[in-house]
Design a protein around this ligand. Structure first.
Ligand code: TPP
Ligand code: MG
Length: 649
């Protein structure tokens, strides 16, 4: 410590809040504050620390902080998991240039954030988590909600954040933040390393004062760079591309985060290479475009999947190549298929034995394009791309018009109500009605697959799908974060009844903040997606319906439950409509659009009217031995299907 350095005496919590308010990011010369606010729920583990600090900086913020920085706004959430989803959605909508911080108490408040942390880390989006922690001094231990261990006193529930955080630190002395906070910011703002960053803040240390160097609170700008790939590898990639006859681009979320969508379009236009999109990458080549094939993989379109099957070269841009994208490694069947992977993260660029182009998607595409100047796929290949795209468009129109059911089919017999709306019809109607810049938000259930196939994303930020963690409960909390990040856009949350029942409470937070989101709640009596999966593995939908326990069978196959989701949503403060026909849905949507309040439209949908798969597969192992003949049959089919799986070495 040098005596001459100016110092400011603050509590550790005050110093953290003040530091956060001064952090900014910049990319391509555009600068913005890194943090859009702090979400939290107070308890004894943070109320007197971070809670006091947030209140103080708002009261005295302008006097103390640099005048250009407004104080950080505090938002009260209803559930700690949800607030992390909100932060992740906010960050995703901002292409990872901004995020929110989340403060919790110790114990359950902290561990509630773990699911959200895992989701953020898996989706590679930045969130800053500030769970309270047990006393560093240990004097009053065990405190309320403390986990004890007979082996060590250096154990806390916050250790559970370690595997789901990209940076994790325990601040057991107030001066540790001087080195911890810059590290935390480095990881949050690193496109290659980003994810959940957790700083566990013991409740006693939060309140402890220290003479901090004033320089810690100077405004800082974290520049998000656009690293370029290795030159030799770029040349090698260009050679592979030039030699390929049936190339395909797989575009992932990295294209959108890097704002490389124009670069991708230029690349596709110049080379004639068509583009399939992952869930996170949907909108990378916005519709309409003659080379846009829509979703690729397990929930992909026939257009993308047939081209993927026969591709001799796959240029992967900004994708983690999850099993949904690769159809569990069955999507690419060409005997000599090779991969080139453009990715900011080395770990992703190396997958599938790809030629790795480690760098920023936009910078790499821009440098690769002149190296393949003059190359274009054959006229015959262009024709087959156009033909498969046209066929697929017809198929989407057919499905969205409503699937006709064979009245003798098992599903029709089980669910004889023909009048129920089909989920695909709602998707079709939204596609017709919504503006290109409106955003749809979704995460789990049967909707992600249906949307990946059927939705035409006309704007890179119009399709917000959390499908890295596919976390039920993300939808409404996420919709809130999307709307906070893009207040000028209309935000439509599509959510199943299962996901809604898991986490609807952030409607209250939206109402509190006067933030308008429109929630379309598709009610199909439980888990249509997992019910369908269960049937496909021979288990007949066991345990996936919301039904009373049946005294006759002892199973959950009794009468429907008397749950009224519309009344539930209304009780949380939302405007609510029920729509049982397409006409009434259209009317409700118009009314919701005209309303300034958070709105919910409850739509009962036909559980059995499922959109099929197209030239794809998903590896879900079936029981190898079973007394059920249906399971034995499913296992035999599984063994055949899995033979298509490839190793890319
Ligand atoms: C937190 C969480 N728990 C369990 C799952 C597994 N799961 C995936 S979809 C699903 C059912 C979703 O039901 P619903 O929201 O009603 O959508 P539907 O399948 O009916 O379209 C379940 C249980 C999950 N993805 N997330
Ligand atoms: Mg459902």
């Amino acid at each position: 410590m040098t005596a001459s350095q100016p110092r400011i005496r603050l509590t550790m919590a005050q110093a953290v809040v003040r530091f956060l308010s001064q952090q900014r990011t910049a990319r391509d010369g555009r600068e913005q504050p890194l943090f859009g606010g702090v979400f939290g729920i107070f308890g004894h583990g943070n109320v007197a620390g971070i809670g006091e600090a947030l209140q103080e900086q708002r009261a005295h913020g302008t006097a103390r902080a640099a005048p250009c920085e407004p104080a950080l706004r505090y938002y009260l959430a209803r559930n700690e998991q949800a607030m992390v989803h909100t932060a992740a959605a906010y960050a995703k909508m901002h292409n990872r240039l901004r995020t929110l911080a989340c403060t919790s108490s110790i114990g359950p408040g902290a561990t509630n954030m773990i699911t959200g942390a895992a989701g953020a880390t898996i989706n590679r989006v930045p969130v800053l988590l500030l769970p309270g922690d047990i006393f560093a001094s240990r004097r009053p231990a065990p405190v309320l909600q403390q986990l004890e261990s007979s082996q060590s006193q250096d154990v806390s529930v916050n250790d559970c954040f370690k595997p789901v955080s990209r940076y994790w630190d325990w601040i057991n002395r107030p001066d540790q933040i001087i080195t911890a906070l810059p590290e935390a910011m480095r990881v949050l703002t690193s496109p290659a390393e980003t994810g959940a960053v957790t700083l566990a803040l013991p409740q006693d240390v939060q309140a402890e004062a220290y003479d901090y160097p004033a320089a810690l609170f100077e405004p800082r700008v974290w520049t998000i760079a656009r690293p370029r790939a290795d030159r030799d590898r770029l040349q090698a990639a260009a050679r592979l591309l030039r030699a390929s006859r049936r190339p395909l681009v797989v575009a992932g979320g990295g294209v959108i985060y890097s704002e490389a969508t124009d670069a991708l379009r230029r690349f596709a236009d110049a080379t004639g290479i068509a583009v399939g999109e992952t869930q996170a990458g949907k909108g990378a080549l916005p519709d309409p475009h003659p080379l846009s094939l829509g979703g690729v993989g397990a929930t992909g379109t026939s257009a993308a999947n047939l081209l993927a099957r026969d591709a001799d070269l796959v240029l992967v841009v900004g994708s983690r190549l999850s099993d949904f994208t690769t159809a569990s490694k069955t999507a690419f069947q060409h005997e000599h298929v090779r991969f080139i992977a453009v990715n900011i993260a080395e770990v992703d660029a190396a997958k599938h034995a790809a030629l790795p182009l480690v760098g920023d998607a936009r910078a790499v595409l821009d440098e690769l394009l002149p190296l393949v100047a003059g190359y274009h796929v054959s006229a015959e290949y262009t024709e087959s791309i156009a033909a498969s795209q046209a066929l697929w468009r017809t198929e989407v129109d057919r499905v969205c018009a409503g699937l006709s059911r064979d009245p003798q089919s098992e599903s029709a017999i089980r669910n004889p109500q023909p009048a129920l709306i089909q989920q695909a019809q709602i998707i079709g109607l939204l596609q017709e009605t919504l503006a290109p810049t409106d955003v749809i938000v979704c995460a789990a259930g049967s909707l992600p697959g249906d949307l990946h196939k059927l939705w035409r994303a006309r704007d890179p930020k119009g399709y917000h799908m959390e499908y890295g963690y596919s976390c039920m409960g993300y939808e409404i909390a996420g919709g809130l974060g999307v709307k906070m990040a893009a207040p000028d856009r209309n935000v439509y949350v599509l959510v199943g009844d299962g996901s809604y029942l898991m986490m609807a409470q952030e409607i209250v937070t939206a109402v509190q903040e006067g933030i308008k989101i429109t929630i379309i709640l598709l009610d199909n009596d439980g888990f249509a997606s997992i019910g369908g999966l269960s049937e496909s593995v021979g288990s007949g939908g066991f345990g996936t319906r919301y039904r009373h326990r049946n005294p006759a069978t002892g199973d959950l196959d009794g009468d429907s439950l008397p749950v009224d989701l519309a009344v539930n949503a209304a009780s949380l403060g939302a405007r609510v409509w029920r729509a049982e026909t397409l006409a009434s849905f259209r009317e409700a949507l118009a009314a919701a659009n005209a309303d300034t309040r958070t709105s919910v439209i409850v739509v009962p949908v036909d559980r059995e009217a499922r959109v099929s798969g197209y030239e794809s597969w998903w590896d879900v192992p079936v029981a190898e031995v079973s007394t059920f003949p249906e399971v034995q049959r499913a296992r035999a089919a599984y063994e055949t299907a899995r033979r298509k799986g490839r190793d890319f070495l």
